[in-house]
Ligand binder design. Structure first.
Ligand code: ADP
Length: 403
């Protein structure tokens, strides 16, 4: 089955064309045919299209909206006989609220439900929903489409982990609870760890650390999420590229008063001007900060605060789980930075976690074990592939409907 996976941001459209087989439905490693990105939608955009194994095509074109972007992608795919005739489209949607605990078939009513969820996730969902509307307009509403959610994997959070200690009536009235995000990435880490260790999902007890521009930790018991660091929004938890992660909530009204700005503006600072960028004053990119680590005290502090927070969550989740078999790193930083992994796992012998420093230094951008053979708690690195999960879920929902 040929599935077009679409991931829309407010001014971007990322896509992959993947081929799933009956085998990949269970193993989750579909064959990648093509990929691409339309960036800076809303004006002169840059378009990057790439057939697997070939030289990428770069274009600059005016792309007014997501509909134009989808039309461009389809036009490009149709220009190559081997990429024509898509069977289905899988969309990534950040927030599924309480309704969507698994990937769901898209029809008119479903799009209306997604519209109502935009209130809960105003910074993230509208782009995904406009991607769906655009794809339905360009491909017709008879094209099978499925939405996969970043929150779904966390629908198993127990009440104690998902409940904030605020007045219950207020929390219930406004749907305020820990939803958790990055679920597709954490789900992929579980699946990949299962493949690397030949372990069935129900026996997998691990802590996953997804460290990219956005970062989150997840405590996994029996292959399911039982706690996670992002909460009501993706702002909570670990230090991220530009997001603060955990801070005292009293800072928000304090800063609003002192700086004479709205609470929305302070939230904007916490989302866009904080984290590694705010700490270092240099960059949100971990590559630049680790390169400057020995020369620049602000870069060093940013990296150290980042690693310290991740390490605290690792310790907390080991306690929440009553021990775990492994910590699994993923995301651009988790996959590529031996320094960050070493700092997070340093002096963790107390819980039986011992990194193999040569393996840690050598493993960059691929899957494998970086712990010593006798380490009681292992450490693994996996190269995240959220699109595989979206494609697999799309194929599953489609197959179930046609049974
Ligand atoms: P996103 O969350 O946007 O999907 P990624 O998972 O691609 O982001 O991660 C992007 C981040 O990965 C970059 O900001 C960069 O800091 C980090 N990164 C990529 N390569 C390296 C590297 N070699 N060393 C350290 N950090 C890296």
């Amino acid at each position: 089955m040929k599935i077009l996976v679409i991931n829309c941001g407010s001014s971007t459209l990322k896509f992959q064309l993947v081929e799933t087989t009956a085998d990949s439905a269970s193993m989750g490693r579909p064959h990648k045919l093509a990929r691409g990105l339309v960036d800076r939608i809303g004006g002169p955009a840059s378009c990057h299209f790439e057939v697997a194994g070939s030289t990428p095509v770069e274009n600059r074109l005016t792309v007014d909206d997501h509909e134009k972007a989808v039309a461009l992608v389809i036009q490009w795919l149709n220009s190559m006989p081997e990429l024509r005739s898509i069977d289905a489209v899988g969309h990534r949607i950040v927030h599924g609220g309480d309704q969507f605990t698994t990937a769901a078939w898209i029809d008119d009513r479903m799009v209306e439900s997604l519209d109502s969820l935009c209130e809960l996730a105003p910074l993230h969902n509208p782009a995904g929903v406009s991607g769906i509307r655009a794809a339905r307009k360009v491909l017709g509403s008879t094209m099978p489409m499925v939405a996969a959610f970043d929150t779904s994997f966390h629908h198993t959070l127990p009440e104690t982990a998902r409940t904030y200690a605020i007045p219950r009536e207020i929390a219930q009235k406004h749907g305020i609870r820990r939803y958790g995000f990055h679920g597709l990435a954490h789900q992929y880490s579980v699946m990949c760890y299962g493949q690397l260790t030949a372990m069935p999902p129900e026996q997998i007890n691990i802590v996953t650390l997804h460290l990219g521009n956005g970062c989150s930790a997840c405590a996994i018991r029996g292959g399911t999420s039982v706690d996670t660091s992002m909460g009501f929004t993706p702002l909570e938890g670990l230090v991220m590229g530009t997001r603060s992660g955990d801070i005292d909530p009293a800072v928000v009204p304090f800063l609003a008063r002192k700086e004479e700005v709205s609470a929305d503006e302070v939230e904007n600072w916490l989302n866009k001007r904080s984290g590694l960028l705010g700490l270092s004053g240099i960059s949100n990119d971990m590559r630049e900060l680790t390169a400057a680590y020995n020369q620049d005290p602000r870069a060093r502090l940013a990296v150290d605060v980042f690693c310290y927070h991740a390490r605290k969550y690792l310790g907390a989740y080991l306690a929440a789980l009553g021990g775990a078999d492994a910590v699994v790193f993923s995301g651009g930083i988790g996959e590529n930075s031996p320094l960050v992994r070493a700092k997070i796992c340093a002096d963790m012998g107390w819980c039986g976690l011992r990194l193999d420093s040569a393996a840690n230094d050598a493993l960059i951008g691929s899957d494998g074990c970086i712990a010593q053979p006798r380490s009681a708690v292992k450490a693994y690195v996996v190269h995240t592939d959220e699109e595989s999960i979206i494609a697999r879920e799309t194929a599953r929902v489609l197959t179930e409907r046609t049974k």
